[in-house]
Design a protein around this ligand. Sequence first.
Ligand SMILES: Nc1ncnc2c1ncn2[C@@H]1O[C@H](COP(=O)(O)OP(=O)(O)OP(=O)(O)O)[C@@H](O)[C@H]1O
Ligand SMILES: [Mg+2]
Length: 465
Amino acid sequence: MAPRSKPRILIADDEEDIRSSLRMILEYEGMSLVEAANGKEALERVAADNPDAVILDIKMPRMDGLEALAKIKEIDADLPVVMVSGHGTIATAIEATRLGAFDFMEKPLERDRVLLVLRNALERNRLQLENRELKLSYEEKFRMVGESPQLRKIHEAIARAAPTKASVLITGESGTGKELVARAIHKNSTRAEDPFIRVNCAAIPEELIESELFGHIKGSFTGATRDQTGKFVQADGGTIFLDEIGDMSMKTQSKVLRVLQDGEVEPVGAAKAVTVDVRVIAATNKDLPIEIDAGSFREDLYFRLNVVPIQMPPLRERREDIDALVAYFAESFVAENGFKAKEFGKDALASLRELPWRGNVRELRNAVERLIIMTAGDTIGADDIPAGLGLAMSADEAPSLDGSLVVPVAGKTLQDFKDHAERAYLVQKLEENGWNVAATAKAIETPRSNLYKKLDTYGISRDSD
Ligand SMILES: Nc1ncnc2c1ncn2[C@@H]1O[C@H](COP(=O)(O)OP(=O)(O)OP(=O)(O)O)[C@@H](O)[C@H]1O
Ligand SMILES: [Mg+2]
């Protein structure tokens, strides 16, 4: 919920004088007021006007403050309620704070005290809202969308693995959602409230990884100006996610293996090992058995990690997830950026379902965002989809540096593949020739009329390609 420019305060008091003096104080401070003369009315106003804080008199006719407090808490447990006690109701006010009231004030009400208490109440309310939104967006951010049988199997594997402490090894191509799986396992485990610590083994330089993982003691090496807590210790009680584990050096692998075997870490330069209780989840897009054969991955570590294997299927093997993913990415992108919603036409979805998606879900997400930005109309059609989409290549297959065009293998039939390749080729050549058709035709040694025909057939245009 967007914060209101003016905080709205509900005052429930049977004394007209009290209400009007509070009104003067609070309106002067830029707050807006809603009034109720008894507990019953207060409840109605809470439900109807959705105030940010409530000032509630304890002694009121029809329904007293304590009863109203309990009912308000049923409607909105987080709404801060400040009780007002008159003569002889202090004990009740204290009791009320035990029942969930935020604070209490004594009559006669003093301006400064009222403002202070209310500001605190509003601040707490704001923090709670913010917290809830953060949590929501965390869950939203790491939600796994898709109902394909393949993905359902993954969900089942997550559910089975989550409650145990078993190590999990998640494999699969880049962009298939390995990190989402790791987070889902943690979130569904008994460790959910404890830390989830991700370590990107590929991104940390070799000379730093040990102290990153295991920590170090001040002075243990040049540059160690103070103690550092390692990731394993930070993850104590929770989960450590060793991402891109296939990129870890043999030396570090043997140290990690020791942690897995003994449940102890030895910070660099420390005299004593520290016991940790950490659940390990690892992920890689490498084929570890091949790495083992090649002598770059330890077999014993592989067996330790691979207790529960989870293999993420590439997107092209579960195309039925594409529609749901497109809708989900479009909706979140539009909402995040305050764009006008755009619809993906049936023909566009059909084309997207056909593409090879070598960059998997990550590439699909980027494509959806790009299409929303680039398409002028309200509806995205098949014509809006540029050639070459879905053909992202992993680093090992990137085009050769001499600039020659690498034609990716795509398409259901030979004809599809040829069309796809021809289209991509033409777009690249046109680009090289500044979209001058005559020059391009000459460069690729084809009659200009033929090139025009192809542009028409493939719907190639400078605007959309
Ligand atoms: N099923 C899904 N539903 C929604 N979003 C997804 C899904 N799968 C992947 N994504 C999104 O795609 C992107 C890539 O996912 P993730 O980072 O988990 O992939 P990965 O397998 O770890 O890739 P890499 O090997 O490159 O690290 C992320 O933005 C993620 O949120
Ligand atoms: Mg990843």
